[in-house]
Each structure stands twice: as structure tokens, then as C-alpha cells.
Design a protein around this ligand. Sequence first.
Ligand code: NAX
Length: 328
Amino acid sequence: AKAPMRVAVTGAAGQIGYSLLFRIANGDLLGKDQPVILQLLEIPDEKAQKALTGVMMELEDCAFPLLAGMTAHSDPMTAFKDIDVALLVGARPRGPGMERKDLLSANAQIFTAQGKALNAVAKKTVKVLVVGNPANTNAYIAMKSAPDIPAKNFTAMLRLDHNRALSQLANKLNKPVADIEKLVVWGNHSPTMYPDYRFATIDGKSVKDSINDAAWNKDVFIPTVGKRGAAIIEARGLSSAASAANAAIDHIHDWVLGTNGKWVTMGIPSKGEYGIPAEVIYGFPVVCENGEYKMIEGLEIDEFSRERMTHTLNELLEEQAGVKHLLS
Ligand code: NAX
């Protein structure tokens, strides 16, 4: 049997955690033959720790054959010890009257501390996915706080946006979602993201030609995908949780086990590709193989796309500027 892999999940007693942990323990993350040990982090707050105990009781009660162990933590220095995968879900939500810059600095503190802890105690090969918002900038902060771990190991979640866009296209074309390939979502995980189906195919045929409606792209598709998170909150009274957990599973699963040539979107540090400045964590198209992602390069960027890509980039640069002084 394979040796267990260690997976840390932060915000483990939260909404997303409640969907995510059971799927990891079921083998959906790393494969049906891969035992896992869960190292679960929550804030030291008594209520949060107690809720975490409850979730762990339920995990026990599932008797998952692949769950080789689990531990509860209130300190990232113990939670991240020897981990192979980090799912950084916990973050400071925006409270009433909280300004954007307060939110950024609260999260900068969390992700600086977690980046340092990863640097100190995680495996140097750890694969990090940041889900907690602002996800791209939080991933950037963690990356900058962990100089001994390769920058490429720090990623942010754009996969929910990617999956949302896939389903919108499948609905529009009245075709199975699995038939769509080569979709891209550029930029920040925020309403400024740019879902781009110019290269996409469905059943081998061009999605763009099949839809052939620039107004639908601009006035319906892009805003629907961009505002989907708000629409879920409006309908459910709570933010996306099961779909976010599913996207986190897809992201790490594909990174570790490969995409068989299929394009997926990951928020990854730029090396200057597509004119995006180095180190910005930006949604790019990638394929994954042998535990590594590889960016799809050389796609043509037309004027409309460049405008969208710059708009979402500028938001990221502003977020970065807002936290730069907090990085030590
Ligand atoms: P919840 O508020 O239900 O859960 C968050 C949990 O994180 C809480 O239990 C809290 O105690 C814990 N937490 C806070 N700070 C922590 C820290 N420093 N260390 C460890 N745990 C900590 O939120 P939930 O709905 O689970 O969402 C979690 C995060 O995901 C939020 O930041 C949310 O904005 C973000 N999302 C990101 C998405 C993406 O696509 N990138 C989509 C879904 C989601 O909105």
C-alpha cells in the first residue's frame, strides 16, 4: 500500500471545510488508492475548536478506509508539519463597516504567518492552494513569506470560475459540459476576472463560432460568470461552499494526477507571460503532467481581451500595493 500523504486544511470548521474534508477522506483529492492524513487548522477560539472536534467526530463516523489519521491544530507551525498539500481556506471575512484595506491587512497578517510556517515546517515540495479571499493576493503574500519553497508551488483558486463558465457554455449550447475543452479564465478571482471562450471547442467545433454573438459574450456570459458568487449568496443566503470545495478538489487533483492534455485554469505566479508582470498570481490556462503544471503560451490576445486582462491585472496590482508594506 502507498504511504499516506499529509494534507493540511485551514478553516476546517467552516462551510467549505464541511464539504471538502469528507471528499478528501473519500479519495477524491489524491486518488482512490492514496491514504491521507488530515492536519486541520482552526483559529484558537473555543467555539471554532469545538466545532472542529464535531467535524472530526463525523469524519470518524464515516469510517473512510483511506483516512489514515487526523489531527486538530490552532497553530500553523504544527498544522503544516511535513505536509504534502496545503488547502488554505480559512480567511478573515469582511465584517460590517470593514473597508477593503482593513480586509487586506487582516488577511496579510494571516497569510504572512502561514507562509512562514509553511517555509519552516512543510515539505519543500508542498503544493499550496489558496481559497480564502482575496485568494490571489493571499497566495502572493504566502509565496513571498516562504522563500525556501519554490514560488511555483503557490497557487490560487480560479477553478470555481472556470467550472462556472463551463456550465454556462454547456447550457447555452445545450451540450454536455464534458465536451468543452480549452476554456480560459484570466486574472483575479473577483468579478473582474475574464472568462474567455475564444479558443474553446465543443465536440471539436469552435465554441465562439457556434455561439457567434459578441453581445451575449459581453453582456450576458462575462457578467454572469463574474457575478455568480453574489447570485449564490442572494439565492442561498450563504456563499458557495460545496461548489467551492469541489473546485478545490479539482484543482489539486489535476495538479497532482494530471489533466491528460486538458486545459484548466489555475491562479499561478506569472513569469512575465502574456505581459503580466512577474510574481503576480493570475489566472492562466495550464495543462498538468507528472505533478507539474505547464502554462499554455502563445495564445493570441485581441484588443477586447487585452482590455479585460489589463483591468483585472490592475485590480491585482492595487491589492498588492495595499499589502506590500506589510511583507517583511
Ligand atoms: P466560513 O466563514 O464558513 O469558514 C471559514 C473558517 O476559517 C472559519 O471557521 C474560521 O474560524 C476559519 N479561519 C479564519 N481565519 C483562520 C486562520 N487564520 N486560520 C485557520 N482558520 C481560520 O467561510 P467559507 O464559506 O468556508 O469560505 C472560506 C473562504 O473561501 C472565504 O474567504 C471565502 O471568501 C473564500 N471563497 C473563495 C472562493 C474561490 O473561488 N477562491 C469561492 C468560495 C469562497 O467564497
